[in-house]
Design a protein around this ligand. Structure first.
Ligand code: HEM
Length: 131
């Protein structure tokens, strides 16, 4: 696979598995000492919906996110939050823990796991906005 080639993850994993990955991530967020306080306490369900819709779109599924939220502008949308290396690494840790539950359930292959880790990891690094 070429370095810049994108896998149709939405089709390969199926929407149900993507939904489960985002749900597994958000289950951990409220109790996390670094990430928990950053997310809107009254609207965890809304935050989960926004990330789910973005990932479905970005992984090649229906682009409902664009209709509902417009251009992602992820760096701008993360500007209000302190995204340093520690927050970035914690975000990836919670996300990959959730992905690994789907690997254990045989919903995600080792190859697709590696792809998703690099894909999300690159965006997470790009979102770092302070040392
Ligand atoms: C690097 C560590 C990250 C931190 C600390 C972080 C934190 C946050 C916070 C606090 C929100 C606001 C929650 C809400 O009300 O929607 C948010 C929104 C969002 N984040 Fe992140 N995030 C990180 C990485 C990522 C990554 C890697 C992605 C994409 C793969 C992503 C995609 C999004 C999206 C799509 C939204 C909703 C944007 C909108 O439509 O308003 N984030 N993030």
């Amino acid at each position: 696979m070429a370095e810049n080639e994108e896998l149709p993850i939405h089709r390969l994993l199926g929407e149900e598995t993507l939904v489960a990955i985002v749900a597994g991530f958000y289950r951990q967020v409220p109790g996390d000492p670094i990430l928990g306080p950053m997310y809107p306490k009254q609207d965890f369900a809304g935050a989960e919906q926004r990330l789910r819709s973005f990932l479905i779109y970005r992984f090649g599924g229906p682009p409902d996110y664009l209709r509902d939220r417009g251009h992602p502008r992820l760096r701008m949308r993360h500007a209000p939050f302190v995204v340093d290396r520690v927050a970035r690494d914690r975000w990836m840790e919670l996300m990959m823990r959730s992905v690994d539950e789907q690997v254990a359930a045989q919903k995600v292959s080792a190859e697709h796991r590696a792809y998703v880790e690099r894909f999300l990891g690159d965006i997470a690094t790009f979102l770092i906005n302070q040392a």
